[in-house]
Design a protein around this ligand. Structure first.
Ligand code: NAG
Ligand code: NAG
Ligand code: NAG
Ligand code: NAG
Length: 256
C-alpha cells in the first residue's frame, strides 16, 4: 500500500514539474544550396508572458529579442557570418513563438554550438535554455561515373567519378574485387551548393580485365565514415552489351 502511494506521489510531482516549465524545441536541418537552418520554438506556461529570447553562438550572446521594445517580431542579418535571424511571436503575449536562423555555409565551414534562451516575465523570469551542436557536415551524394576517354581499339577507358559533400568525399575505386588507387583526384568548393565537389579518375584496360569498376564515395569526420551509394561501370556505354558478355565469358574461361 505504501509503495503504491509513493509511486503516485512521484508521478504527481513529475507532472506538476512538467506543466510548470516552459518548453523549447531546438532543431537543425541542412537546406541544399543554402546551409543550416536552426529553429527554436518555444511554449511558455499559460499565464506567463515573453520577456526575451537570447541567442548564443559558442556561448556568446549575439542576438536579443524583447517584445516590449521590438514588438511582435525582430529580424537581423549578420553580414560577416552570413546569418539571417528572424524571431516572432506566434500567439498573444509571446506564449508561443519561433526564431529561425538561416546560417549560410561559408568556407571553411565550422561547427557551432547554438543556444536559445527564452525568458518569461516578472516576477519569476522563468528561464529555459537549450543548446544544439550544429555539425558542419553534409553526407556525400551518390556516386556518378562518366567515361572521360575511351580507346575502342585497345579497350582502354578513363573513368571519372564524382560526388559532393562536406567534408570533401573520398572516392574509392575497385576493379573487380581489387581496390585500386586513383590516377588523379581533386576537389573544389562549390560556391553555389556550399559543399565540396570531388572527382577521381582511373584508367584501365576494360577489354583485358573484363571486370566492372566501382566507385564508392565516403566522407570521414571525427572518426566517423559516412558512405553513399556506389556507381558501377560494366563496359562500353555503361551497359552490359553483347560485347561485354563475350568479354566476360572469355575472362571467366581464362580463369578456368
Ligand atoms: C554549448 O553551449 C552551452 C552553453 O554555453 C554549454 O552548456 C554546452 O555544454 C555546450 N555544448 C557543447 C557540445 O559544446
Ligand atoms: C530592438 O530592440 C533593441 C534593444 O533591445 C534595439 O537596439 C533595436 O533597435 C530594436 N530593433 C527593432 C527592429 O525594433
Ligand atoms: C572529372 O569531372 C570533373 C567534374 O565534372 C572535372 O572537373 C574533371 O576535369 C574531370 N576529370 C577528368 C579526368 O575528366
Ligand atoms: C556547383 O554545383 C552545381 C550543381 O551541382 C553545378 O551545376 C555547378 O557547375 C557547380 N559549380 C562549379 C563551379 O563547379
Amino acid at each position: 500500500m505504501m509503495i503504491v502511494f509513493k509511486k503516485v506521489v512521484v508521478i504527481l510531482l513529475f507532472s506538476i514539474e512538467f506543466s510548470c516549465s516552459s518548453m523549447i524545441d531546438l532543431t537543425q536541418k541542412w537546406i541544399p544550396n543554402a546551409g543550416w537552418e536552426v529553429d527554436c520554438l518555444w511554449t511558455l506556461v499559460e499565464n506567463d508572458e515573453l520577456q526575451s529570447v537570447r541567442l548564443y553562438n559558442n556561448g556568446q550572446q549575439f542576438f536579443i529579442y524583447r517584445p516590449e521594445i521590438n514588438g511582435t517580431s525582430k529580424s537581423e542579418y549578420y553580414r560577416t557570418r552570413a546569418w539571417d535571424v528572424r524571431c516572432r511571436e506566434t500567439s498573444e503575449k509571446g506564449v508561443t513563438g519561433a526564431c529561425v536562423v538561416s546560417a549560410e555555409l561559408i568556407k571553411p565551414p565550422q561547427d557551432f554550438n547554438f543556444t536559445c534562451e527564452v525568458s518569461g516575465e516578472r516576477p519569476t523570469f522563468r528561464i529555459e535554455t537549450k543548446s544544439i551542436l550544429v555539425s558542419a557536415s553534409v553526407p556525400p551524394s551518390d556516386a556518378h561515373i562518366s567515361v572521360a576517354t575511351m580507346d575502342s581499339e585497345s579497350g582502354r577507358v578513363t573513368l571519372n567519378c564524382t560526388s559532393s559533400g562536406l567534408p570533401s568525399p573520398t572516392l574509392i575505386w575497385t576493379i573487380g574485387a581489387q581496390r585500386v588507387p586513383p590516377d588523379f583526384s581533386s576537389s573544389a568548393w562549390n560556391y553555389t551548393t556550399k559543399v565540396y565537389d570531388a572527382w577521381s579518375a582511373v584508367s584501365y584496360s576494360w577489354a583485358d580485365a573484363g571486370l566492372p569498376a566501382t566507385c564508392t564515395p565516403e566522407t570521414h569526420r571525427r572518426g566517423r565514415t559516412t558512405p553513399a551509394a556506389p556507381a558501377q561501370y560494366s563496359g562500353a556505354r555503361g551497359g552490359a552489351g553483347e560485347r561485354d558478355l563475350v568479354a566476360l565469358v572469355l575472362a571467366v574461361a581464362a580463369l578456368l
